[in-house]
Design a protein around this ligand. Structure first.
Ligand code: Q9C
Ligand code: ZN
Length: 356
């Protein structure tokens, strides 16, 4: 299988994230992508491809241009404001409750704050998302990884893997969060829909609900979003990911959430997967974009599922058995000792290559 990778992700070099107001060692660190790359190299069954520059247009096809400009200038603006902190994270958020009862257009008419501390909240979802000097460049490169993976599949590969870092599925149209800045998978799905005119399915198997992807395609009939994730009643992103969220307008019925309990086993996971794959099979289209997370692993430090390495091979195998072409893009997964094995297992499954 072809695997798209670039060392540009290393520039998003974070040390701490904030959790409940406390600085803690960051989970989403560059070592993650390096461990996956090393395991794919060691496997021998993957050939590496560098991403090509796809410009900004595919990003603003799904994101507010203001988010792009904010991420591009946040670090320099903070320095100009003499905001002398090791990483940028918001303190104040414009929550939806603030606007309750006011006119529906009120929020939309509010200006983005000039001060970085305010802009961080305006363009942000949560405090777990540190921005450093190299964040923008790395996030742009992750988008190029995703779009180059799309090119490979639309160019004839049955499946290809994009080692995206930073990940993307929590990033919404105007909002970065959850270790994500640009929504790599949504940008890829949009590019596929535009270039093929076909309907596209997004299959999100990260442990967390992909609130950003869901939001971007909420009213869209041409992109089906399906996700298996921890119930948002107990887990981030908390406010979206419930089973009753089915899409609206043209997107009515084109959003499928299967929230899951703590302790979810391999068998429980595969049962949910079969439901989602059935829903995909009921819809037209020839390409699935996979949001691939390994935070479903039993030892993941921020997850609570109980999956083991062999199930990833079976998940990859069942997804490939749909017969659809696969654009497989990396999202989360934070138990570093098993990341490489889990990635190799999933991707070998997706090529119907047995586990060694
Ligand atoms: N104590 C992805 O997996 N909250 N993002 C972390 C840790 C944010 C996860 C709390 C989790 C974001 C792509
Ligand atoms: Zn996740």
């Amino acid at each position: 299988m072809k695997a798209v990778y670039t060392a540009a992700h290393l520039a998003h070099d974070v040390t701490y994230e904030t959790y409940l107001g406390q600085p803690l060692p960051a989970n989403e660190i560059s070592e993650r992508a390096e461990l996956i790359r090393q395991s794919l190299q060691g496997d021998g069954g993957f050939s590496f491809v560098a991403p090509t520059d796809h410009g900004e247009a595919p990003i603003t096809a799904v994101h507010d241009p203001g988010l792009v400009r904010f991420l591009e200038s946040a670090w320099a603006d903070a320095r100009r404001e003499q905001l002398d902190v090791p990483y940028l994270v918001a303190d104040t958020y414009p929550t939806i409750k603030l606007y309750e009862g006011m006119s529906p257009d009120f929020a939309a008419a509010q200006p983005a704050p000039e001060a970085v501390a305010g802009a961080l909240g305006w363009w942000g979802l949560d405090t777990s998302n540190p921005i450093v000097e190299g964040t923008y460049g790395a996030a742009r490169a992750a988008v190029d990884v995703a779009l180059t993976t799309v090119d490979l599949v639309l160019g004839g590969e049955q499946a290809a893997y994009g080692l995206c870092r930073p990940p993307g599925h929590h990033a919404a149209r105007s909002m970065a969060g959850g270790y994500c800045f640009f929504n790599n998978v949504a940008i890829a799905a949009e590019a596929i829909a535009r270039s093929t005119g076909e309907r596209v399915a997004v299959l999100d198997v990260d442990y967390h609900h992909g609130n950003g992807t869901q939001q971007i395609f909420w009213r869209r009939g041409d992109v089906f979003y399906a996700s298996i994730h921890a119930d948002p009643m107990r887990q981030y992103p908390f406010f979206l990911g419930h089973g009753h969220e089915r899409g609206e307008g043209d997107g009515q019925g084109e959003n499928l959430n299967l929230p899951q309990p703590a302790g979810l086993t391999n068998d429980g996971y595969l049962a949910a997967l079969d439901r989602v794959l059935e829903a995909i099979a009921e819809r037209p289209g020839s390409v699935i974009v996979v949001s691939l997370g390994f935070d479903t692993y039993g030892r993941d430090p921020i997850g609570d599922f109980a999956l083991t390495t062999p199930v990833y091979h079976e998940v990859g195998r069942r997804v490939a058995a749909t017969g659809r072409r696969l654009v497989i893009l990396q999202e989360g997964g934070y138990y570093r000792p098993a990341l490489g094995d889990n990635a190799v297992a999933w991707l070998r499954g997706a090529e119907s290559r047995p586990l060694a």
